[in-house]
Design a protein around this ligand. Structure first.
Ligand code: SAM
Length: 309
């Protein structure tokens, strides 16, 4: 089955493409990377994003994920999804903070979006304001419920766990998700040099080991997602919790099947590196042929290197 995928030099199939379509955001989360700001006039157009997806599709990519910044900040988000959907991918998803989701959920579903991941670290208004520096908890919750209502299924909730901020909220969040047929993803905090406070990582990093041990004890079933960095899924009382642990996880690179595109149109072969990017958008803007663009894509794929080789 894996023969139909394009593979990198380490025999890892490229199954999904994550495109950051803007760096603009309506929140300002304390842990955010704020990777290389791009002004909105330099953002990729819907047609350029379509061209990138078309090449990816030709090379065997099956899944597209749109991210940001916040992708719903873009007023042309429905048009972007519509164009990508015309290429008939197996799965199109989007990651958002949910603040504008109530407004867009139905249009996005109609345009061909399959599902959404919504970042929600807490159900407590004060904690929400502390983490996002905004007061949009009600808007985010309304957006989440709208996404469930229109069938952007399965809605996954991304909860970054931070020591002494929200690690005690996992149970509440689990029931909020279970009661609304959503999947909870617990994300271990990734160190970020760009955080406002230098001491942030040391102060708030919360290793998920003990939490995983407790989940393993109470789970009815545990499964591993091989091509999603070996992530573990715990099934509890008809609810679902997935663990995302990029930190100190030796299988993260080994099982990586994802390529990324930055908001300024560069191929990003590895999540945790910025020294192997491959310029793409200027070639599209120069009107180069599909064959030439395909070659550039393959260069990006060939730049992928696991940390430990
Ligand atoms: N604005 C959108 C959102 O809120 O989902 C998309 C962008 S956001 C950068 C994508 C995901 O990365 C979110 O789930 C967020 O929680 C996660 N994230 C950002 N910085 C992180 C960090 N330092 N550690 C772990 N996860 C992080």
């Amino acid at each position: 089955m894996l023969d139909e995928f394009v593979k990198d030099k380490f025999e890892r199939p490229i199954i999904s493409l994550r495109i950051t379509i803007t760096n603009r955001c309506n929140e300002n989360c304390i842990y955010c990377h704020h990777d290389g700001m791009v002004s909105s006039k330099d953002e990729m157009t819907p047609d350029e994003i379509y061209t990138i997806c078309k090449i990816a599709k030709k090379l065997g990519v099956k899944k597209i994920r749109l991210s940001g910044g916040d992708p719903l900040i873009r007023k042309d988000i429905v048009e972007i999804v519509e164009k990508i959907a015309s290429l008939d991918f197996k799965d199109i998803s989007l990651t958002t903070n949910g603040v504008l989701l109530e407004k867009y959920a139905e249009g996005l579903k109609d345009a061909g979006l399959d599902r959404v991941n919504v970042s929600l670290d807490t159900l407590n208004r004060d904690t929400y304001k502390f983490v996002t520096k905004m007061d949009y908890l009600n808007e985010a919750k309304a957006g989440i419920l709208k996404a469930v209502e229109v069938g952007l299924y399965p809605v996954k909730i991304n909860m970054v766990i931070m020591k002494d901020i929200n690690q005690n909220e996992v149970k509440d969040m689990f029931y909020f998700c279970k009661d609304n047929n959503m999947v909870l993803q617990l994300i271990e905090l990734i160190e970020s040099e760009n955080c406002d406070d230098d001491k942030f990582n040391a102060e708030y990093h919360y290793p998920l080991d003990s939490l995983e041990e407790r989940l393993a004890d109470i789970a009815d079933d545990v499964r591993e997602r091989k091509f999603m960095q070996g992530r573990k899924k715990y099934y509890i009382n008809d609810g679902e919790i997935e663990i995302v642990r990029p930190v100190d996880n030796s299988s993260f690179c080994a099982n990586c099947s994802r390529l990324r595109v930055t908001p300024d149109g560069k191929i990003k072969p590895c999540l945790l590196r910025n020294d192997n990017l491959v310029e793409l958008i200027s070639h599209i803007r120069n009107g180069e042929s599909e064959e030439q663009l395909e070659e550039i894509f393959i260069n990006g794929i060939n730049n992928r290197e696991p940390f430990n080789t």
